[in-house]
Design a protein around this ligand. Structure first.
Ligand SMILES: [Zn+2]
Length: 473
């Protein structure tokens, strides 16, 4: 297997394959991946966390059509300008040429605007928060990568809000921000949050905030985004509501999305050169029990292992007893490690004699524990593994972000597979100056949360804002 350090994307493809999570490259259409049983269970855990966070904050799940008419897509000028090069068109039904071309949704702002204008007639109907988890299609021309750059994004959670005022809409941007922070924190994925510069906003948005994670190869990956769409879509789709005083106005909209890139990010941050590592809170299979058979004690060891397996399962953990006789313990260890199972329990003659168990955590820690402390020790191990994975990912990522105060230093930082951080003012020309001097990298934008007094790296004027430059996926 290629090492993580040497070729990150090649390594990622291999761990997906070895852990039987996701098929990529076997299907005869470029950019289309398939979730295999192990991966589907992981995906299910991740989407459940997201659903829960959205549901408990008053978002309602909906499901809109996949097809969008050309007319709908073309209504908002910037929107279509941004997406035209990426749209898949359905042009025939059977052998008949369709009178109107239909797009496979690249995103659903237009569909949402068309549907909900019929239900948002009065101030009493506002605000509304909805979401769906669906496939979207984008004709990507860059090199594709499993889960990261695909033509069918098949786990796209897109949320939309409709509200009466700009203030309320911006409050909801903050709420979405908070939800996404909680989501990525639960997954243990480190991130920075960046307000994109005006030329890099979502097509049709007035504010775009991105969650970017820096992968081990120093490239930035956008794993979530939140957009304030103002009245841009409601105006072109005639989405009016009646105010309390009887007058009419267009509602304000936001949209925010998270995709399977979040799953890619956690697998990439946590995995090692053996294979995947799935944190216990997300692992479809949390514990594997491997009996170390000695012929003279075979029955005792198997009985003891079965009992341990039973009580672990009764306690609600997802565990498996690997009592296959045609594999050696070493072969089993390797197999379960590649699958990313976070905790292995080994049981041999010594464990029986001493009423103990041997714990091997997938992150490296190994120890004997007394049988009567089993549940306490599982909790401790799970918590250790989660904290270790999270801290390592966080430290690795933030160690890659290097502060600079001279434009000339940026190039070297990028060459060393790092990300540059600097003071920058909000003048568009300063951001554009940086963007223009880069090849194969871009100005990500302005840190959304962090402020610090300093000088703009381009024009030297006083500023509180912080900017980033990185190579990106
Ligand atoms: Zn400046």
């Amino acid at each position: 297997m290629v090492s993580k350090e040497k070729d990150l994307m090649e390594w990622f493809s291999e761990i997906l394959k070895n852990a039987e999570l996701y098929d990529y490259g076997n299907y005869p259409i470029k950019g289309c991946g398939s979730w295999l049983p192990n991966g589907f269970l992981l995906r299910d855990k991740v989407t459940s966390i997201l659903r829960e966070l959205l549901n408990e904050t008053g978002h309602k799940e909906v499901l809109l059509p996949l097809l969008i008419t050309r007319e709908m897509l073309e209504k908002e000028a910037k929107h279509i300008a941004g997406f035209l090069g990426q749209v898949y068109w359905v042009t025939k039904g059977g052998e008949d040429k369709l009178e109107m071309e239909l797009a496979l949704r690249p995103t659903s702002e237009t569909a949402m605007a068309v549907i909900f204008k019929n239900f948002l007639l009065s101030y009493r109907d506002l605000p509304l928060k909805v979401y769906q988890i669906v496939s979207i299609f984008r004709y990507e021309t860059k090199t594709t990568h499993p889960m990261i750059r695909v033509r069918e994004v098949n786990t796209f959670k897109e949320a939309f809000t409709f509200s009466a005022t700009k203030e309320e809409s911006l409050e909801m941007v903050k709420e979405a921000y908070d939800i996404y922070c909680r989501f990525f924190d639960k997954l243990g994925i480190p991130y920075i949050t960046v307000e994109r510069p005006s030329w890099d906003r979502f097509p049709g948005a007035e504010i775009s905030i991105a969650f970017d994670t820096i992968l081990p190869d120093g490239k930035s990956l956008q794993i979530g985004s939140i957009h304030y769409l103002a009245q841009n879509f409601s105006k072109v789709f005639d989405g009016k509501f009646m105010r309390r005083d009887g007058s009419y106005d267009y509602y304000h909209m936001n949209s925010y999305g998270i995709s399977e890139r979040s799953i890619a990010a956690l697998l990439i941050h946590f995995g090692d050169d053996i294979g995947a590592i799935i944190p216990p809170n997300l692992a479809p299979l949390q514990i594997v029990i491997v009996p170390i058979i000695y012929e003279s004690l075979k029955n005792e060891i198997l009985d003891y292992s079965k009992k341990v397996h039973e009580i672990i399962q009764l306690a609600g953990y997802k565990a498996i007893l690997d009592d296959r006789e045609d594999k050696t313990p070493g072969e089993k260890f390797y197999e379960w490690e590649r699958l990313g199972v976070p905790l292995r329990i080994e049981i041999g003659p010594r464990e029986i004699k001493e009423q103990k168990l041997f714990f091997a955590e997938r992150t490296g820690n190994k120890k004997h524990i007394p049988l009567n402390e089993l549940f306490k020790q599982i909790k401790i191990s799970f918590s250790n593994i989660e904290i270790q994975l999270k801290n390592k990912a966080r430290n690795d990522m933030f160690n890659k972000i290097i502060s600079v105060d001279k434009l000339a230093s940026i190039d070297e930082i990028l060459r060393n597979k790092k990300v540059a951080k600097f003071g920058i003012c909000e003048k568009e020309e300063c951001g554009k100056t940086i963007d223009k001097m880069l090849t194969g990298a871009s100005f990500l934008g302005y840190d959304f949360m962090l402020k610090s007094i300093g000088n703009c790296i381009v024009c030297n004027s006083k500023t509180e804002r912080i900017g980033y430059v990185a190579k990106t996926y």
